[in-house]
Design a protein. Structure first.
Length: 282
């Protein structure tokens, strides 16, 4: 849809502001505080049921800490309260039943080639109860949070962005992590959890995302920084901060001459005489 809008705007010599979707990666390195990374992954992956453009897509964990991270993340996910958004919950229902249906269809597309760390899935209700569910006061579609414990670039969980879910995969070195992070083709938000500045800067140089968070969630955008993405996430437009002024306004230059005679702007109007007696500077 963004490509079609961009094509239409181009016909009228206009530049649209295309803030599109994201498949936002989070890299977790061996030097990180794992508990902090789990907290960031839980919020950015499941907060608002994953229904925001900067929600977490795939967690890319170094192979040396994968099992420990996954165990803690699965435990935190299982214990997270969901349900009534007016209560203290991680997330509430989907915006509409059609989103819940699409989510289930996307999930089923990954089921045949994926290991699940959480077995009970689907819409929460009398036939599919969930501990920690806080009932809602209106009709809604609440789903069980779930994890994909294997998520490769060829799988639907990597190519798409199902809400209320998180895909977890492993990497061997930073170049491998960057390649996995860039593979889906989106470039909105990204995050790296590390205590090594060299890893942070290497990730920043390689990632295609328009926003990079260090030891913060993918949905931790700062209001005073430019907001926007590249690739399938947008056409380079930026919102937020001072950059939003350029995005939604057009410059107009004005000059006002008081001389009473024509000024030939940007033209040579004077003859400069050379002074050959001046010595050349070395």
């Amino acid at each position: 849809m963004g490509a079609r809008i961009g094509e239409l705007a181009g016909r009228h010599l206009q530049v649209p502001c295309l803030e599109l979707g994201g498949k936002n990666p989070m890299v977790v390195t061996p030097s990180t505080d794992i508990e902090l990374a789990v907290e960031g992954a839980l919020f950015s992956g499941f907060g608002t049921a994953g229904q925001r453009c900067t929600s977490l897509g795939t967690i890319i964990v170094h192979e040396s800490i994968h099992d420990e991270f996954l165990a803690r993340f699965a435990a935190a996910t299982s214990a997270a309260p969901v349900g009534d958004p007016a209560q203290d919950v991680l997330y509430g229902p989907m915006l509409d039943q059609r989103f819940a249906t699409r989510f289930e269809n996307t999930w089923d597309g990954s089921r045949s080639t994926t290991k699940f760390s959480l077995e009970r899935v689907g819409k929460i209700g009398p036939t599919n109860p969930r501990a920690g569910f806080i009932g809602i006061r209106r009709q809604g579609s609440s789903t069980t949070p779930r994890l994909l414990t294997v998520c490769s670039p060829a799988m639907p969980c990597s190519a798409r962005k199902p809400s209320a879910s998180g895909g977890v995969t492993t990497y061997t070195d930073m170049q491998d992590a960057i390649a996995l992070a860039n593979a889906p083709g989106y470039g909105l938000s990204s995050a790296i959890y590390t205590n090594d500045p060299r890893e942070a800067f290497e990730f920043r140089r390689g990632i295609s995302a328009g926003m990079v968070s260090v030891n913060n969630s993918t949905s931790g955008a700062e209001a005073h920084l430019p907001f926007g993405g590249n690739g399938q996430s947008g056409n380079g437009s930026r919102q937020s901060g001072i950059w939003v002024l350029d995005q939604f306004t057009r410059w107009q230059a004005m000059n006002w001459d008081y001389s009473g005679r024509l000024q030939k702007a940007q033209m040579d109007v004077a003859d400069l005489t050379a002074e050959p007696q001046l010595p050349l500077q070395p």
